[in-house]
Structure formats: C-alpha cells, structure tokens
Design a protein around this ligand. Structure first.
Ligand SMILES: [Zn+2]
Ligand SMILES: [Zn+2]
Length: 344
C-alpha cells in the first residue's frame, strides 16, 4: 500500500528514522514500511549505455537549481524550493525524466535532530577550531538528501613487473657500508571486489563522499518510495558504464597497494596490467545530511553520513591555534634531541 497522506488526518507523512516507519507530521500516527532484501547486483552489460537514463516513475519530479546547477528529484507531493547543494532557495522544475529507478535504499538511521546533536558534539571535540566559534555555535541548517551511487563488484586478474630496491651490507677495503641494489620482480594477483562505491551526482566530489565513509550495506533495502518521503534525491548524471571507469581506477589503486604490501622493500617503476571480469552493479541511494552554517560571512556546507554521523568538509580553523601547535612541534623537534644530548 502506498501512503502519500495520513489516512487518519490527511496531513503529510514522512519517513521517520527513529520509528523506522512513515510518520504523520501532524497527528504523529506511525505506518509500517515493508523492509525487503531481494535486490541483487545486475551484470554490467557494455553497450547498454542508453538504458542508463530511462524513466523512473511518474511519482517523481526533477528540479534544477538556478544558482549552482545541481539537479535533484523530489516526490511529486514534496514542496521544497531549497537546494541541498548550495543551500539557496532556487529550485526550478525540469521537464526531464528522473532516470533509472534505484534498486536499493540505505534508509536514514539518524533523525535530523540527532544529526544536529552529533554535529555539535563533533565540533566540540575538535581542537583547531576558533574558540569563539565553539563557544557560540552559529545557527545550522540541516538538509537531508539521498545521494545516488553505484556499487560495483568485479574480479580482477592483474599481472605486474617492477624493480625492487633493497639494501645490502658490503665489506670493501676493510670498510663496512650499506649499498642499494635492485632486482626485477614480477607476478600476478587475483582479487574479488565486492563493494566499490562510486558517487554519481556531479555536485558532490568522490573525495567528499570518501571522507564520510563507510556506509553499511547490510542495511540496504529494496527501493520503496516510503523511504524517500520527505527527502530529496540527488540526480545522477553518469550511466553505470561511465561510473565503472571510476570504479576501475579505484580497484587499480588498491591492487597496486596490495602488490607493494607484498614486498618488504620499495618497488620502483611498477607496471600493472589489470583484467576485469564478472562486473556487476547495483544502483543505491545513500543517506546524507547537509549541515550548513555561516561564520564570519562565509558559508560552510558539511556532509554527514546519515547512518553513523561521520562528518566531512571544511570548518573554520583557527590560524592562531594552528600556528601555536606548529611552534610547539618545532620546539619539541629541536628541544628533545638537545635534551638527550645534554643528558648523555
Ligand atoms: Zn495524521
Ligand atoms: Zn544549488
């Protein structure tokens, strides 16, 4: 059963993370949601590019922000004019289709109120923030949004060769010294990647998303419009095929790290050739809070993981505190050896 308004009083209902159900904003009645886990990863079929932007469902509408260009999807019953990405009221409806229907949703676990409390706690625990900022926190605005991401699985078979640099102790003309020698290395490595997450909205960088990881995919449920009632959904602008290129880069970086970790010594001119197979993906919506505030006329927008409260983004750091910390470290670096020298 799909509920758009409260059957009891007719007011708006929203997904409530605390109740794990739909809740009426007026009479506070709670309506259960079906939590189903059936969705599986789909094989990534090359040449299917055009399928990437097919119609979702006519319950959703696409909007574009006239300020920053960000695109988001709202349920057709949702009335919002505020853009999550830049925190200005400048959303304009678009006629375009809202794209593929997501397969799974990771529902918000923290409520907006809990997110606000976690943000304050997080701020208080940071040492390099200006004192006046910590003392009197500016008014924060919290927006909630599901961000589109593709999660990939694949097998990688990688062949590599490179040069290992190692140290050797030699005795020459009655002298003992250490020299650097090299030897060629080569080999292969097999690895299965189960969950490479690629964020696919153009308004949030992969780096920004990485700063609030991990997301718990054990709590990924089959898409149900109830999960997004009251929330906006970021629009994706890459097809699964395009996004997989990013996933490959991430996998290749990790493979390179694995190879380097296999050796005790430094590896130079490493060359790796990776072959990918059995690629599959799932289109998921991950929960993110946008915490925005103004400090000294500057606007800050932080991201918060809607499951565990991890915070990422820029904060107003105190230059004075950082300078003092740097001086302290410097003194320690000079002072400590001096002390050891004096005591010995
Ligand atoms: Zn009601
Ligand atoms: Zn915007």
């Amino acid at each position: 059963m799909e509920i758009n308004n409260c059957p009891s009083c007719g007011a708006k209902v929203e997904f409530s993370p605390v109740d794990k159900a739909l809740k009426c904003l007026k009479c506070e009645k709670v309506y259960p949601i079906n939590y189903v886990k059936n969705a599986k990863k789909k094989p990534l079929v090359k040449g299917e590019n055009d399928d990437g932007f097919k119609e979702w469902e006519n319950n959703s509408r696409c909007y574009q922000c006239s300020n920053c260009g960000g695109q988001i999807i709202l349920n057709k019953y949702e009335m919002s004019s505020k853009c999550q990405y830049c925190n200005t009221a400048s959303l304009v409806p678009l006629k375009e289709l809202p794209g593929l229907k997501p397969s799974v949703v990771l529902p918000f676990r923290l409520s907006k109120q809990q997110a606000g409390e976690m943000f304050k706690k997080n701020i208080r625990s940071k040492i390099f923030l200006p004192r006046e900022f910590k003392k009197k926190l500016p008014k924060t605005e919290i927006g909630a949004s599901y961000i589109p991401s593709f999660s990939f699985a694949c097998d990688v078979y990688a062949m590599y060769h490179g040069i290992e640099e190692y140290k050797k102790v030699v005795h020459e003309n009655g002298e003992t010294k250490t020299i650097t020698r090299t030897r060629p290395i080569s080999g292969h490595i097999k690895h299965h990647f189960n969950n490479i997450i690629v964020e696919v909205s153009d308004k949030i960088s992969q780096q920004h998303i990485s700063s609030i990881l991990p997301f718990n995919f054990n709590e990924a449920y089959d898409y149900d419009s109830a999960f997004i009632m009251g929330y906006s959904v970021g629009y994706y602008n890459q097809t699964p095929i395009d996004a997989f290129e990013k996933a490959k880069e991430m996998a290749e970086d990790e493979i390179e790290n694995m190879i380097r970790n296999n050796y005790y010594n430094y590896i130079s001119s490493l060359s790796v050739q990776s072959n990918f197979s059995d690629e599959s993906y799932i289109y998921s919506l991950v929960p993110i809070y946008f915490v925005s505030f103004k400090y000294k006329n500057k606007e800050y927008i932080n991201l918060m993981n809607g499951q565990n409260g991890n915070l990422g983004g820029k904060l107003p750091y105190s230059k004075v505190k950082i300078t003092f910390a740097a001086i302290f470290v410097l003194l320690l670096m000079i002072g400590l050896p001096l002390l050891i020298l004096l005591l010995s």
